[in-house]
Design a protein around this ligand. Structure first.
Ligand SMILES: O=c1ccn([C@@H]2O[C@H](COP(=O)(O)O)[C@@H](O)[C@H]2O)c(=O)[nH]1
Length: 278
């Protein structure tokens, strides 16, 4: 079983360092001339799948925008996930799950078990109940070649008061998350399967990311104000592991599929330059 880290490394090599989010905001649905209902949602997601599913390394549906329509929206999400995977994109479902370990086990089987209708390549997870509470996700991910991206330094301004707080041993909360992930990824080649989320908006992290050996998902580009050039300040020598993520910035170019593809291509060019990839 090929690991998620290896699959991600290959996908980025073939398609470029880019994750595009599917975030069907009501304002975007309106801008695309779509109704704010399940049909609009389905049309929006289908257009992104057709335009980018065979082009972008990672696509990140934001679960909240599908859940908003109840079971019908979740059905659209399931179908979107299936279609993206058929087109060769890695699917990172942004659900930010976390709970006590016995419940995390159920989340893990919902998203990381290949027999689940919602099976994806990777999910986002919240470490607020302790990174150790996410162990069932890490274990199922390892068993089935999946990945988990754990929140460390999020892109929103409110995150810093918790994530940059200092723990009893003098490390920040974010650093303790990074250090626990580093242990899980130790020795993995070419890249570990447990990632961290570090926003492109956060400026200097104050964290030592050098032992991470896993992907660094960087949201906050575009609509939240960060630019590809900011990635250098945030990630320094860890730039090669960064997976830049854009949602509204790229989606705003739609609904024309050619315009969506052009926006994604521009983002790849900018990110390659910022990450110093050829
Ligand atoms: O720290 C984080 C973690 C997750 N996100 C999510 O990424 C996208 C960002 O959308 P944009 O339109 O590019 O701003 C969205 O789904 C967030 O929930 C994040 O922004 N920051």
């Amino acid at each position: 079983m090929e690991s998620f880290g290896a699959r991600l490394h290959r996908a980025v090599g073939e398609r470029g360092p880019l994750c595009v989010g599917i975030d069907p905001h009501p304002a975007l649905l309106a801008r695309w001339g779509l109704a704010d209902d399940v049909d609009g949602l389905s049309h929006f997601a289908g257009t992104v799948v057709d335009a980018l599913g065979d082009r972008v390394a990672v696509v990140k549906p934001q679960s909240a925008f599908f859940e908003r329509f109840g079971s019908h929206g979740v059905a659209v999400l399931e179908s979107t996930i299936r279609q993206l995977r058929e087109r060769g994109a890695l699917v990172l479902l942004d659900v930010k799950r976390g709970d006590i370990g016995s419940t995390v086990q159920a989340y893990a089987s919902a998203y990381l078990n290949p027999s689940s209708p919602m099976h994806v390549d990777a999910i986002t997870a919240s470490p607020f109940l302790g990174v150790g509470s996410l162990a069932p996700m890490f274990e199922l991910a390892a068993e089935h070649g999946g990945g988990v991206f754990v929140l460390a330094l999020t892109s929103n301004p409110e995150g810093a008061s918790v994530q940059r707080a200092t723990t009893a041993d003098g490390r920040t909360v974010a650093q303790t998350v990074i250090d626990e992930i580093s242990q899980l990824n130790a020795g993995a080649e070419p890249l570990g399967s447990i990632g961290a989320v570090v926003g492109a908006t956060v400026g200097e992290t104050g964290c030592d990311l050098s032992a991470m050996n896993g992907p660094l998902l960087a949201p906050g580009l575009g609509a939240q104000g960060a630019t590809a050039a900011d990635l250098r300040v945030v990630f320094g020598s860890s730039l090669p592991a960064v997976l830049p993520s854009y949602s509204r910035e790229v989606l705003g170019a739609g609904p024309d599929p050619e315009a969506l593809r052009a926006a994604a291509d521009r983002a790849v060019v900018d990110c390659r330059a910022a990450l110093k990839l050829s």
